[in-house]
Write a protein that binds this ligand. Structure first.
Ligand code: GLA
Length: 383
């Protein structure tokens, strides 16, 4: 993987890189849209990710090249978001801007090359992988110190302020804190991260629906706004609640008349997800894997009914997976509105079983699913 990044770098810039970093994509295990609502979430870094190579230049230029995307040049002293086919570099540009605001001294620009083993648009957060690999490689190159939580925060700030996506800390936090064969739990209110070993003999499979929605970002922003509207209504009666995650499902239901149907369902998704994260933590502790699976299915149902961030394609994949005895549970992973389903399985869920799921999906939705058997892998690091 890194050999091809070095080759790409040499072919384009005629020299060798000075620093290289890798950052993984992530699976959202459970805790959907809880992160920007001060809640609980569990994820896992995957072994797929982005490898980034960088070398300082003598002028103020920033140049970017990737396998499969158009090369882009920008000016270090004029960092503004780019549009159209150049917009893929907004992630590293945003990270560079925030790193400098945090005190990283960068008097000259750099040449950057990236390669990716992550499918884009599959809901595995190639954007966070791009941000974290940029932050790690550039911090090492220009001499800036931080820790995993610091880098995750810088990258989230870049995405919120520069890219304009009001995401929470899940993607960047898991990409930074990932650990081989481990789950990462985040308390998004206190920003406390914890890793725990995956149960023995369990596996992750990703089924990318290959359904791309043009309006994913605006749908995400709509949900973000609705959650904050629901909170504002609830705070009139419950002024101590700082976020929806300070509330229970019962409290939300008690104020359903004030909220109206739509905001009640949005709020219930968040309070329900927090409860389900806790139930998954308890089930994992007891080795109750069917119990974990039941919470995953319940999470998907809440996405479908309450949060309306599922799609017919994602529902079809989850329904096909539910027919498989070796699947503990499955749910949409990430923001939703297209993207992928993740399945948490026993070891005997194999390529044949996955092919049966893909065939059922194809029959129902006339589209091919991309199937990835992945593992929980290491978080962002220098190479
Ligand atoms: C996207 C966002 C995350 C999180 C998830 C939904 O992946 O980037 O911050 O909100 O959606 O849980």
């Amino acid at each position: 993987m890194s050999a091809s990044t070095i080759t790409l770098f040499q072919e384009n810039y005629g020299t060798t890189p000075e620093q290289m970093a890798f950052a993984p994509g992530r699976i959202e295990f459970i805790g959907n849209h809880t992160d920007y609502n001060g809640g609980l979430v569990m994820g896992a870094a995957v072994t797929e990710g982005i490898t980034l190579a960088v070398r300082r230049r003598e002028d103020q230029q920033l140049r970017f090249i990737s396998d499969g995307l158009e090369g882009v040049a920008a000016d270090l002293e004029n960092l503004t978001p780019l549009s159209g086919s150049a917009s893929w570099v907004n992630y590293p540009l945003g990270v560079i801007k925030i790193l400098r605001e945090c005190g990283m001294s960068m008097s000259v620009g750099c040449d950057i090359a990236i390669t990716s083993t992550l499918p884009t648009g599959a809901g595995m957060s190639s954007s966070a992988a791009f941000e974290l690999s940029t932050a790690y490689a550039l911090a090492a190159l220009y001499g800036f110190k931080s820790d995993s939580a610091g880098f995750a925060g810088i990258c989230r700030q870049a995405e919120n302020e520069f890219v304009g996506m009001p995401c929470g800390i899940l993607d960047q936090g898991v990409s930074a804190f990932g650990k081989k064969n481990s789950l990462v739990s985040i308390n998004c209110a206190s920003e406390v991260y914890r890793t725990q070993a995956m149960p023995e003999g369990t596996h992750f499979w990703i089924f990318d629906s290959n359904e791309k929605h043009a309006l994913v970002d605006s749908a995400y922003a709509d949900r973000h706004r609705e959650c904050h509207q629901a909170l504002a209504v609830l705070q009139k009666a419950l002024p101590d609640a700082k976020t929806l995650s300070d509330l229970t499902c019962e409290q939300v239901k008690a104020h359903a008349a004030d909220l109206g149907d739509l905001l009640t369902r949005r709020a219930l998704h968040i309070t329900g997800e927090n409860a389900r994260v806790r139930s998954v933590e308890a089930a994992l502790e007891q080795g109750d894997l069917p119990g974990v699976g039941a919470a995953l299915y319940a999470s998907h149902k809440s996405s479908r009914v309450n949060f309306e961030n599922s799609t017919a394609a994602l529902d079809a994949l989850v329904a096909a997976l539910a027919q498989q005895p070796a699947v503990y549970g499955a749910r949409l992973t990430g923001g939703g509105f297209g993207g992928a389903v993740m399945a948490f399985t026993r070891a005997d869920f194999d390529a044949d079983a996955a092919a049966m799921v893909a065939a059922a999906y194809q029959a129902q939705c006339s589209r091919e699913a991309t199937v990835i058997h992945t593992q929980a892998g290491e978080g962002a690091h220098l190479l």
